[in-house]
Design a protein around this ligand. Sequence first.
Ligand code: NAD
Ligand code: UD1
Length: 346
Amino acid sequence: MTEKILITGGAGYIGSHTTLEFLLAGKEVVVLDNLCNGSPEALLRIERLCGKQPELIIGDICDASILNELFDKHRIAAVLHFAGLKSVSESVREPLAYYENNVMGSLNLCKAMARAGVYHLVFSSSATVYGDPAQMPIHENVPTGALTNPYGRSKLIVEQLLQDLADSDPRWSIAILRYFNPVGAHSSGLIGEDPQGTPNNLLPYVAQVAIGRFSELAVYGNDYPTRDGTGVRDYIHVVDLASGHLKALQAIESTNGVKTWNLGTGTGYTVLEVIKAFERASGRQVPYRIVSRRPGDVAECWASPAKAAEELDWHAVHDLETMMIDLWRWQLKNPRGYSPQAIQLV
Ligand code: NAD
Ligand code: UD1
């Protein structure tokens, strides 16, 4: 039986780009996704891009029997674990759903992996685990904690759970990847981010203002101690992020324990700089209004990617302009995301 990579959440935004990257690298992939925020259409489009479609198992990581069946049926070499819920505001309203999906789901997955003798895991964490650090750029040894919402806490709890697991059994080899702000889309415009309802994050909202779905963007505060008063973030192209997973998995194949890497570019941009870059890329105006700060936001958050560069030989190669061009191409080709109306436009 061929060895395969299990990608949980592979029908979602980052998972679909990473699935494509792994297929292009010649890996066999099985996707497990409950489709609560993912689309099977993403996997069909992946096939158009690389000639191979991963097997999709529709199921929940909280369901132990589905996981056990999957590991019994397929010979899995490693797991990339993207599945989870990711909205900060929703997590404040529905904390139990976040602890259930993100913490219990990850715990279930680890139990099923141990039962099947699979010990290589790459976990999707977030720069949110650093809270509001005093110093920029953020290195991996900056203390974590002081989190203000259940989403962030669920990520940190899973990080700690994984460390305890690796401490308890030397067969585990785990990569924790702390993503900064993933944006953009594959350069084909065939796969991209398809947020349901009103987007919470900056770039999907900007793109939807440009396409005419919303009349203006609310910029959350211009009184931060930054270049122009608006928040600074480290935006990273989703394809760079995907390639980081290939490198991380290669790196943990021959080691054990837990390794943690930031995946960011090392450059921060303000909200106003991002708006200008998007306007240049799209040729469209993005009307905006300054409103008060969003609770829980930090002034600045940008990575030191030095550890990933040194240990993984990984570097983000796409600049802000390319991120905006690729985002706009995806948005233009798919004004309604993966919904049926959009498919005719592609
Ligand atoms: P996404 O919502 O597009 O993808 C997540 C996928 O997981 C979806 O396809 C969804 O249907 C699936 N899923 C959710 N719960 C599941 C469950 N219980 N069982 C099976 N499938 C389930 O999100 P994304 O942006 O691709 O994020 C992927 C991962 O990266 C998440 O864990 C997220 O927390 C983390 N992350 C994302 C960002 C970001 O800005 N997008 C930043 C840092 C970390
Ligand atoms: C947010 C989450 C973070 C999560 C990440 C990826 C919060 C507080 N943080 O990060 O935990 O890991 O998304 O899902 O929600 N902005 C506007 N107007 C908008 C939207 C955003 O001005 O309509 C600003 C924000 O204030 C921030 C920047 O744009 O300065 C980026 O915001 P966003 O895309 O939501 O990402 P983060 O807040 O960095």
